[in-house]
Design a binder for this molecule. Structure first.
Ligand SMILES: [Zn+2]
Ligand SMILES: [Zn+2]
Ligand SMILES: [Zn+2]
Ligand SMILES: [Zn+2]
Length: 491
């Protein structure tokens, strides 16, 4: 690796964490890292153990575990477990429905960690051995008994690995994966996860200052500064979903990473003024309902209008969010059809009196709508009436101004929203020009913003793997920018 731009420090509160050791520009690479091990996430449906595409009735001729092709059968990712599984003659048990989650693959990533430890004990010693496992807390979780059976018991007794690994080794590896692995996109588009030793040391914040890109080829991760970072600044990654409300993010972090986030965004009832957790009060006209102490999971939620005085419990709030989130999940399962757009608009209409317009639930639906307008049959960009072009613009801008606060700088989401914003801006300007509402000079001026959007999208998204959906859009954005420049010059 080239020059190192960070130091590893230790504190009681953060454990090990990373600090920039020089000033870094937005977009500059801070470090790259390769996974110690990677593989399917828990409860994955059967995926090819070479390329992670979904498979059906297709297995390795040697070990009989899911594999899509001869090339994947011989891939280096699959070899270690292929040896171990075929030596023990443990076969993948046929399943009824190959698209359903199956616990059978749960053992694969832990097994790969163990085998990698055996192959490279010094890297294990230097980079993995000191990682957090939170074993005692994990033993209290509802999933422990199933994990013990599907992974520990399976590897020790069915795979007969007791001579090579102890029960404690396996439990440790499971904890290291649970606490430290990050989700990675695979070529097949199916999510897998990986343990990156350096990335795992970065502290968490719900307002991160670094962004990471994973390359499909070798799963190398590139970690960049999302915003300008000063020497001495802590490097923060986010281990949760940016567009979730505080209650949901903190619950997710507690359950999956075993800590209570106290970042500035979590600590602020208004989520730094974004109002991503804010509910409208149904009992009065002017008040909104906010958590009185967002860092206390049992805190009351109170109307800001003191005369109104309405309050409710955080349990009631959680229940309401869960019920409405289930509706969003149903929307997200829809194919991109005109109905999918119309149902989302109906959803926004239904809940506009419940949530602040920037509430996470509405924002995530608006994010999807911003992508759907212009891309769906009957709603393609050249057939959208001006009113709908303006709607797309409005949603992109709402997302971008929110991202400025919670996910500042060069991130994939910003790149995608900038790309989505350029097209309606361009079409609206042209439509006004052809209606004679603006002059040619004004048209030129109006096309400057879509050019900036394309330039921003191209810059950010071309850092992604060229085969990924985002990387593809980055490439299209840079081509569209050239075309738009040429057409403006010819005006
Ligand atoms: Zn494959
Ligand atoms: Zn095999
Ligand atoms: Zn937080
Ligand atoms: Zn009220």
């Amino acid at each position: 690796m080239s020059e190192k731009h960070y130091d590893v420090l230790f504190s009681d509160k953060l454990g090990r964490y990373l600090v920039a050791n020089k000033d870094l520009n937005a977009g500059s690479v801070i470090f790259t890292d390769t996974p110690f091990a990677f593989g399917p996430k828990q409860d994955s449906s059967p995926l090819c153990l070479g390329c992670y595409c979904p498979v059906e009735n297709s297995v390795c001729s040697r070990c009989s575990w899911p594999i899509c092709s001869e090339a994947c059968e011989k891939s280096s990712a699959h070899q270690p477990e292929c040896d171990a599984l075929s030596a023990a003659r443990v076969q993948f048990q046929p399943v009824q429905d190959w698209t359903e989650a199956s616990p059978q693959l749960d053992c694969i990533t832990p097994l790969r960690m163990l085998l990698a430890k055996e192959r490279d004990p010094s890297r294990w010693q230097q980079e993995i051995d000191m990682m957090e496992t939170h074993t005692e807390e994990r033993k209290k979780q509802a999933s422990w008994a199933a994990d013990y059976n599907n992974i520990v018991n399976f590897l020790l007794n069915h795979c007969k690995l007791g001579a090579r690994f102890t029960e404690e080794d396996i439990i440790r590896v499971c904890g290291i994966i649970a606490v430290n692995a990050v989700e990675i996109p695979s070529r097949g588009g199916y999510s897998t996860h990986a343990v990156y030793p350096q990335l795992a040391v970065a502290a968490h914040s719900c307002v991160p200052n670094i962004a990471h890109t994973i390359l499909y080829n070798n799963y190398e991760v590139q970690v960049r500064a999302a915003i300008p970072i000063k020497a001495g600044d802590i490097l923060y990654i986010s281990y949760t979903h940016a567009l979730s409300p505080t209650i949901v993010r903190r619950e997710h972090l507690r359950e999956s990473k075993y800590f209570d986030c106290e970042c500035q965004r979590c600590a602020d009832p208004t989520e730094l003024g974004t109002h991503m957790s804010t509910i409208k009060c149904s009992k009065c006209d002017n008040g909104v309902i906010l958590a009185s102490d967002p860092l206390d999971n049992e805190s009351k939620w109170k109307c800001t209008d003191l005369k109104c005085g309405f309050e409710t419990s955080s349990a009631a709030m959680r229940k309401m969010l869960a019920v409405i989130q289930a509706e969003v999940d149903q929307l997200d399962a829809l194919q991109p059809t005109p109905e999918a757009i119309e149902m989302r608009e109906a959803f926004l209409e239904k809940y506009k009196s419940v949530f602040h317009p920037r509430h996470s639930i509405l924002l995530s639906v608006k994010y999807t709508l911003a992508e759907l307008y212009g891309r769906v049959e009957g709603y393609t960009i050249d057939e959208l009436p001006d009113l709908m072009l303006e709607r797309k613009v409005e949603m992109c801008r709402l997302l971008l101004t929110t991202l400025d606060v919670i996910l500042p700088g060069d991130t994939r989401m910003r790149g995608m929203m900038l790309y989505e914003l350029h097209a309606p801006l361009m079409y609206l300007a042209r439509s006004e020009f052809s209606a004679g509402l603006i002059t040619q000079e004004q048209l030129k001026t109006r096309l400057e913003e879509p050019m900036k959007c394309l330039a921003g999208a191209a810059k950010i998204l071309q850092r992604e793997d060229p085969q990924s959906p985002e990387g593809t859009i980055g490439f299209i954005a840079s081509q569209s920018l050239e075309q738009l420049k040429a057409s403006v010059e010819s005006l």
